[in-house]
Design a binder for this molecule. Structure first.
Ligand code: CP
Ligand code: NVA
Length: 305
């Protein structure tokens, strides 16, 4: 049966580890000029109903490096934008391509696409989650800290797609996860239920960012207004005013604490320019690791199928 990557909730810790290990191997091969045409002759359709820089470029470059081809379909310019049902798009693309990557609004759209497609579907961001980003994040933290288990992951800001995926990914990998969100901006109920589903999971949702940051080994943040929430910008700026990753907050963390940001970043809002620049190497390693993590996902889903 074909496999998809729709959300981290669907993956076991072993499957996440397998992706990270394959990503390490692919990164090593790339850096040492070792051929890696594992997806020769295969095509990935990339559907974008929201903007992107990293996701588009890293999937397209990744597919090229693996010997395959990626094609860009903008929601607006394809028939999707004119209302063709996702069930039909799924069955048509299955006749031409070997995999589909989709970035869209509703998680239900991605799930429907996967249900009707005969080929693997990869979630490149929905309002609910951003699994590819968090696989790259886990890869980056593991590279810098050698392990994930036992580390404290802190997330400051909106309980959005990034928060949802970080909570699930971090807990599954044995990290302590502490999230600070203003009231009314909590992570998704399904994710909070997951976090409460196993007494072994060390999870806390707090209102004061300082409580989340204490003794953290890695601090994450993300924009206050995600794509599609542009009209809420002013209201959100007020709600999130105290939720900034700044020098004062970083002073509470463990020595050598990392900072990660999926990007794009809004300096002066969720993160200060000083903290961003002090951790720029880690943040751009994180951006680079999108490429390696997604190549691993594509190989594991599309190789030999
Ligand atoms: N982090 C991320 O997904 O970036 P893009 O929106 O540029 O793809
Ligand atoms: N939360 C952000 C992530 C962008 C990569 C958004 O959805 O816009």
């Amino acid at each position: 049966m074909k496999k998809d990557l729709l959300k981290l909730l669907d993956l076991s810790a072993e499957e996440i580890t397998a992706i990270l290990n394959r990503a390490d191997q692919l990164k090593y091969e790339k850096k040492h000029g070792i051929p890696q045409k594992y997806l020769e002759g295969k095509t990935l359709a990339m559907i974008f109903e929201k903007n992107s820089t990293r996701t588009r470029v890293s999937f397209e470059v990744g597919m090229f490096q693996l010997g395959g081809h990626a094609l860009f379909l903008s929601g607006k310019e394809s028939q999707i934008g004119r209302g063709e049902p996702v069930e039909d798009t799924a069955r048509v693309l299955s006749r031409y391509c070997d995999g589909i990557m989709i970035r869209t609004f509703g998680q239900d759209e991605v799930e429907a696409l996967a249900k009707y497609a005969d080929i693997p579907v990869i979630n490149g961001l929905t309002d609910f989650c951003h699994p590819c980003q968090v696989l790259a994040d886990l890869l980056t933290v593991r590279e810098h800290k050698a392990v994930l288990e036992g580390l404290k992951l802190c997330y400051i800001g909106d309980g959005n797609n990034m928060a949802n995926s970080l909570i699930v990914g971090g807990l599954k990998m044995g990290m302590e996860v502490s999230v600070a969100c203003p009231e009314g901006y909590d992570p998704d109920r399904q994710v909070l239920d997951f976090a409460g589903s196993d007494p072994a999971y060390q999870f806390s949702l707090v209102r004061d960012p300082r409580d989340a940051a204490v003794k953290a080994d890695v601090v994450f943040t993300d924009v206050w207004a995600s794509m599609g929430m542009e009209e809420e910008k002013a209201v959100r700026e007020k709600a999130f005013a105290g939720y900034q990753v700044n020098g004062e907050l970083m002073a509470l963390t463990n020595p050598g604490c990392m900072v990660q940001h999926c990007l794009p970043a809004h300096r002066g809002e969720e993160i200060t320019a000083e903290v961003f620049e002090a951790h720029a190497e880690e943040i751009f390693d994180e951006a680079e690791n999108r490429l390696h993590a997604q190549k691993a996902v594509m190989c594991l889903l599309m190789e030999g199928v």
